[in-house]
Design a protein around this ligand. Structure first.
Ligand SMILES: [Zn+2]
Length: 359
């Protein structure tokens, strides 16, 4: 996750574990209040730290929430409101699938008393990258917070306004708490990093009211046909590639089949492609499940549940993903009291989708 605006859109929606920002709880803005049952969310100011040693394991840059700061002037703008609402929707969606931040608190970093501190937090912190037009043009979800950077407003809307981008980042926080997947996992194993991106994409799409199976369509202006997107799960190979200042993305090749990927890249680690290129193999499989007649709720539940099926495996491969989803499907069928015939049919659909993408 380099601070390089040319590379950023390709890397947009990155993962991780680390920090973000903090501030005032939005309980006084009428449009931003939430019911008692809602997940706690706070838009905060933040502090940027480069090359910070996280978890005593790896060095990264990060945006650290500052919970006690006075409200920045940008609070309570219409953008804040949209940002907050998108985060709330994502958090409540994950809660509906079984993730509760009050019992599975975020492993968060905040800036407090002039020190960066690690805390268990049941609050989701949202913030804007400082100097966001030049320092950071990506979105990141790590260590209990989501931070968004700037965009080229000539053709993009603010990332805070894009529901599936915010949900994607939120799901990274869920992956961290449920499966133990963090920035170190992403950096150390290609397929594991791709899986993290795939899970975030899949559950983000499913959290949308009208799931279109294309990531970030509302990021792009003048996109009535929704062909412009960051990743197209229906037809990954033909994902839109902008050719302006984010031109680095023009070279990104997305895959829809594991065998094709392995033919092009026989090894285990590929320095010349990124996790996102391979993530669409998995997200395409999730899309294909819809074509078998499975409903959104079932697909979402088995994918969410599968995050608990990796055990202590923090370097999962794509084949582990298939096994995890199949295992979760078995448990889902048992829990729902499916007949053996209905269970076999469900498993058949799930396996078929993975087979289609070469797994
Ligand atoms: Zn991501």
């Amino acid at each position: 996750m380099k601070i390089n605006s040319k590379k950023i859109l390709a890397a947009i929606l990155s993962a991780g574990v680390i920090a973000s920002s903090l501030g005032a709880t939005l309980t006084s803005g009428a449009a931003m209040t939430s019911s008692a049952a809602d997940v706690k969310i706070s838009i905060t100011d933040n502090e940027y730290a480069n090359d910070y040693l996280f978890y005593n394991r790896y060095r990264l840059w990060g945006f650290f929430p500052i919970p006690s700061t006075s409200k920045p002037s940008r609070y309570y703008t219409s953008e804040d409101q949209t940002f907050y609402n998108n985060a709330l929707k994502a958090a409540n969606y994950c809660k509906s699938l079984g993730f509760d931040p009050t019992t599975k608190k975020f492993d968060a970093y905040i800036k407090s008393n002039n020190q960066i501190q690690r805390v268990n937090s049941d609050t989701l912190y949202l913030s804007y990258a400082k100097d966001n037009s030049t320092l950071y043009t990506n979105a990141v979800g790590q260590a209990g917070s989501i931070t968004v950077g700037g965009v080229d407003s000539s053709f993009m809307n603010p990332m805070s306004s894009v529901p599936d981008i915010i949900a994607h980042e939120y799901v990274h926080l869920v992956e961290h708490r449920v499966a133990g997947w963090d920035a170190l996992v992403k950096q150390s194993s290609f397929e594991s990093g791709a899986l993290m991106e795939a899970y975030s994409d899949i559950l983000a799409e499913l959290s949308e009211t009208n799931t279109d199976w294309r990531m970030g369509t509302s990021l792009f202006k003048n996109n009535s046909g929704k062909k412009k997107c960051l990743r197209d799960f229906i037809d990954p190979v033909n994902t839109y590639r902008p050719t302006n200042y984010t031109g680095a993305r023009a070279s990104v090749k997305f895959y829809d089949n594991y065998k094709k990927l392995k033919k092009d890249y026989p090894g285990d680690y590929y320095s010349n492609i990124d996790n996102y290129s391979a993530s669409t193999i998995i997200s395409h499989a999730a899309y294909l499940m819809t074509t078998t007649g499975l409903n959104k709720a079932t697909i979402a539940q088995i994918w969410f549940d599968s995050l608990s099926e990796y055990g202590s495996n923090t370097t999962p491969k794509f084949t582990d993903c298939k096994n995890a989803v199949v295992s979760a499907t078995n448990k889902f069928a048992a829990k729902k009291g499916y007949s053996s015939q209905a269970k076999a049919q469900l498993l058949g659909r799930v396996n078929w989708a993975f087979n289609q993408v070469g797994l």
